[in-house]
Design a protein around this ligand. Structure first.
Ligand code: NAD
Length: 434
């Protein structure tokens, strides 16, 4: 994450506590907002609100390590916008987490939740830590102390965390338990992505990948690209990337390239998905997979494929990489994987991008189902969940596509236009307090 003094995006909000650059996550988000302002009509009057996170909380997390030493970790929870409902967004554990990154991720949640019309604002959290270096006991202590520290702003009606990079159902269970102990009652609705027997929802684990598949299927249909036999390359083979790859493979596509933090593997004939998943479960990565050839990570970007799914971290598709991509369709499973200048390169080259703010909204949509089920204490079948998810994603994408055609803009700007209209209308109708 760069914190240099290079030029700010055109209309930086001038916050004193971050120093965005044109390629940093918050800088990328600000550019995306600037691109939609001309299409907001009279609501543009309220657009500045999108550049000011409502609340940013930085917490110190001291824990006693297994060897008896005490270490301090820095954690964050950002509530970007609460105009349409409680905050909603995941928690990331990663050594590169910064306040600025969490702000951008929270802002993208505001846009995403509005784009699929969920009754939520946007929030995100994170801890700067490499969880792979911690024992389970240390990870539990870290999670519990973090939850207590951010407990002053989260809650089933205030702000509802969920899993993100390097966090999972077990971490959500510890968060739920810690919050519940602090308030003196079992509060299942305080987090989503929990284990099934603790109020979790069927279908949640694979929901983000499923949403990537559904939006990809619809986009491919519009492009006249047959999924049966289509070649797919996936960067990031965690929760999102692996679930999406399995669904594409199930529809007849060939997964021809995969990259994660342990390596990059290609096979033009398509991988045996069963063997690939077995390697992932055994090693926690794909680097040692023998069903393909290992290549230089940078060559991943020029692999022959029809569909490219970035499902790792932000800022991966730079202008230089965008010039090498051979796919016709990019499905943004990750949040913020494409830099604004790279977006322009892809558009000039006629490569269609389904942006993160709709493409990966399947996870938060099923998180919403989980929250609703927890409140009503009535649980749905997996088929019901997948059907409802499919319909919400298809309907949301249809409206965004119509908006893109009407305004003659990219799907990203169209998604921002649909979402910002809902957010800023809520802002206007609520008025300013006091
Ligand atoms: P995860 O921790 O399950 O997987 C992350 C993957 O990225 C791993 O395969 C890891 O090896 C890979 N990775 C990390 N650094 C890399 C690098 N430098 N190069 C290549 N690969 C690298 O995380 P996830 O939940 O699958 O999240 C992935 C992305 O999807 C993130 O951008 C996240 O914000 C986004 N997302 C996740 C969800 C969700 O429900 N989990 C929802 C919406 C968006």
């Amino acid at each position: 994450m760069s914190h240099t003094t290079s030029p700010l995006p055109a209309s930086s909000s001038g916050l004193s506590y971050v120093h965005p650059t044109p390629t940093s996550p918050w800088g990328t988000y600000l550019s995306q907002v600037d691109r939609v302002i001309p299409y907001l009509g009279p609501l543009a009057r309220w657009a500045e609100t999108l550049k000011h996170p409502k609340r940013t909380l930085i917490v110190d997390i001291p824990i006693e390590m297994d060897d008896g030493t005490v270490r301090h970790f820095e954690g964050y929870r950002v509530q970007h916008n609460l105009s349409r409902g409680p905050g909603k967004g995941g928690v990331r554990y990663h050594p590169a987490v910064t306040l600025e990154e969490v702000m951008a991720l929270a802002a993208w949640m505001t846009i995403k939740n509005a784009a699929v019309n969920l009754p939520y604002g946007g929030a995100k959290g994170g801890i700067r830590v490499d969880p792979k270096q911690l024992s389970m006991k240390e990870l539990e202590k870290l999670t519990r102390r973090y939850t207590s520290e951010i407990g002053i702003i989260i809650g089933p009606q205030q702000d509802i965390p969920a899993p993100d990079v390097n966090t999972n159902a077990q971490i959500m269970a510890w968060m739920m338990d810690t919050y519940s102990m602090n308030v003196g009652a079992t509060a299942t609705g305080v987090v989503t992505g929990k284990p099934i027997h603790l109020g979790g929802s069927l279908g949640r684990v694979k929901a983000t990948g499923r949403g990537v598949f559904v939006t990809g299927r619809e986009a491919a249909r519009r492009l006249g690209l047959n999924l049966d036999g289509a070649r797919v390359a996936v960067q990031g083979f965690g929760n999102v990337g692996s679930a999406a790859a399995e669904l594409f493979a199930g529809a007849g596509a060939k997964i021809v390239a995969v990259q994660d933090h342990t390596g990059t593997i290609v096979n033009a004939q398509g991988f045996d998905m069963h063997d690939l998943m077995a390697t992932l479960h055994r090693d926690g990565g794909v680097g040692a997979f023998t069903g393909g050839e290992r290549i230089d990570p940078e060559d991943f970007w020029s692999v022959d494929c029809d569909i490219l799914i970035p499902a790792a971290l932000e800022g991966q598709i730079t202008p230089a990489r965008a010039n090498r991509i051979k796919a016709r369709l990019v499905l943004e499973g990750a949040n913020g994987p494409t830099l604004p200048e790279a977006d322009d390169v892809l558009a000039e080259r006629g490569i269609l991008v389904v942006p993160d703010v709709i493409c990966n909204a399947g996870g938060v949509t099923v998180s919403y189902f989980e929250w609703v089920q927890d409140f009503s204490s009535f649980f749905w079948t997996e088929d019901e969940i997948n059907l409802r998810l499919d319909k919400i994603m298809v309907d949301a994408l249809k409206k965004i596509w119509e908006t893109a055609d009407r305004l003659k803009v990219s799907l990203r700007t169209a998604t921002f236009a649909v979402a910002c209209e809902r957010i800023l209308m809520a802002r206007q109708e609520r008025g300013l307090y006091p």
